[in-house]
Design a protein around this ligand. Structure first.
Ligand code: DX5
Ligand code: ZN
Length: 221
């Protein structure tokens, strides 16, 4: 995969929530390719983060695509709100979808890119009936819920199996990897076949500027 097709998606989960607009603008100016927004409802995962009104506030601070990662039960109830808020990509967890096919159609019928996220314990075979419908697949390389967790190396097998399948089937599906991506793990993720790299604590931290972190990550690929 050529480097121009590799995208870095900073996750604002590790940003300073008291100045999210500025944090998003910083990532935008520093060469981010999209902004990853983690929606947590306190049920599917213990944390609670943002709702659709926060997404529409963030929309005013960047022209980059907003990549919405819904870690919520019954995502179908909130999807219309995120569409109205300015989402470009909506990812739902397969573990939360009773009517998976219907939910994918709901997203795509609004001209929004549709993605499915898989927990580390969920096999890629669960996608077999819908893979052709998807714009992207999110392989979770940590268990969802918190930033700053250790990368789970075994999830790379799923990335490479999925990349092989996508190539074999002639599909154009993006593979996003989310969790524990830093300057040590990013290269292996790309080599396995991921082309969208989410990074939270490796972009927003107190050790270096957002700009330096983004450049260091891109240089580590
Ligand atoms: C975890 C979230 C991630 C998180 C990644 O549930 O989905 O997007 O922000 O954070 P890092 O990159 O610190 O693992
Ligand atoms: Zn995420």
């Amino acid at each position: 995969m050529s480097i121009k097709n590799i995208k870095l998606a900073p996750s604002i989960l590790s940003a300073d929530f008291s100045k999210l607009g500025e944090e998003v603008a910083l990532a935008t100016e520093s060469g981010a390719d999209m902004i990853h927004i983690d929606i947590m409802d306190g049920k599917f995962v213990p944390n609670i983060t943002f709702g659709a009104s926060m997404v529409s506030a963030i929309r005013r601070w960047t022209n980059l695509p907003l990549d919405i990662h819904m870690m919520v039960t019954e995502p179908e109830k909130q999807i219309p709100l995120f569409i109205d808020a300015g989402a470009d990509i909506i990812n739902v967890h397969i573990e939360t979808c009773t009517h998976l096919h219907r939910i994918i159609q709901m997203i795509k019928s609004n001209n929004i890119r549709a993605g499915i996220a898989l927990n580390p314990g969920t096999a890629i075979t669960t996608l077999s009936e819908v893979i052709e419908e998807l714009d992207q697949i999110v392989i979770m390389s940590v268990n969802p819920g918190f930033p700053g967790q250790n990368f789970i190396p075994k999830t790379l097998n799923k990335v490479s199996d999925l990349r092989n399948q996508i190539n074999k089937d002639g599909l154009n599906t993006d593979i996003e990897i989310d969790g524990g991506i830093n300057k040590s793990s990013i290269k292996a993720a790309v080599e396995a076949g991921a082309n969208i790299l989410v990074a939270g604590s490796a972009v927003y931290n107190s050790n270096a500027s957002v700009s330096d972190c983004i450049h260091e990550l891109k240089n580590s690929i």
